[in-house]
Ligand binder design. Sequence first.
Ligand SMILES: C[S@@+](CC[C@H](N)C(=O)[O-])C[C@H]1O[C@@H](n2cnc3c(N)ncnc32)[C@H](O)[C@@H]1O
Length: 304
Amino acid sequence: MYVIDVFSGCGGFTQGAKQAGATVILAVDSWKEALDVHALNHPETEHWHEVVGGDPSLFAGRLRAVADLKVPSGEHLHVHFSPPCQQLSGVNHSRNELKGLALVEWSFQVAELLCPDSFTVEQVRNPFLLRTYAHLPHRIYKMCEHGIPQTRVRVLFGDAPALPFAPAEPILSFLNDVNILPGTCITNHNMKRVLGKKSNPIAYATRDLSQTSFTVTRAQPQLYRNMKATILPIEVVARLQTFDANYFAGLKMCVARRLIGNAVPPSFAELVVRELKKSLQHDLVFNVCPQEAGGRGQCGTHDG
Ligand SMILES: C[S@@+](CC[C@H](N)C(=O)[O-])C[C@H]1O[C@@H](n2cnc3c(N)ncnc32)[C@H](O)[C@@H]1O
């Protein structure tokens, strides 16, 4: 399988696709620092540093030219899109959902025009997004049900395969190298922000260390200890996001944390690509080219 990774960031999806045996021919992102890390870890991939979102037919044409050059005839082309989620994320209280939808819609348009053998568009599970695209095939993934050690939930539109169930490890097993005092908890959001009101002392959402971690973001999860929330070491955060910490070697902590928080967990991407490859062997790819079938959404919705 050959993969194009649009909104590639530092390469969470790319890394996972490669772990599943795919060849990633192209990565596109507007964030120079992220793309540099991508290039360092995946030097064989072509990199386009640009802001996308313009004429979808022009962009689809450029992708087609790369695919024609790099994908041997008869081989499978998969295109993955991870458009930014800030404007659709529930933790952003000033989000503009219509704005958030723009690059999702653009991704669908590019996929429709390019008509690859399969495609996926990844997003947060936003109710407005799900209502808007309820007619398109999609699947919602609770990542901790597939071995990813955090509560992250995401939706994949397009050729979203069913994934095998695998329980995720608790936070405790990632903290072996950290000096933990008994009774400490991982915290996620400051409840003052979530509830929209002040509390004294500050209230945090907490989980016991024997549970799966909260979703990994730029600044979360943290360790609650001695009445203080402390940031976790980068090695632990990288592993919770299923990256090898060496992937971010030499980067400033704050940059690495931003890259990690933004990424698709590689192990999740690996499962997606692996299952997609399996479904190909059984002719189960859901996506039907509009020219052939008069529209998308031939297999309906699989939400679960
Ligand atoms: C959810 S992150 C992608 C994560 C990535 N797929 C991974 O697995 O690591 C969204 C990415 O979209 C990029 N982005 C946002 N707006 C963009 C635009 N208009 N053009 C290109 N890239 C953009 C951001 O720089 C960010 O890296």
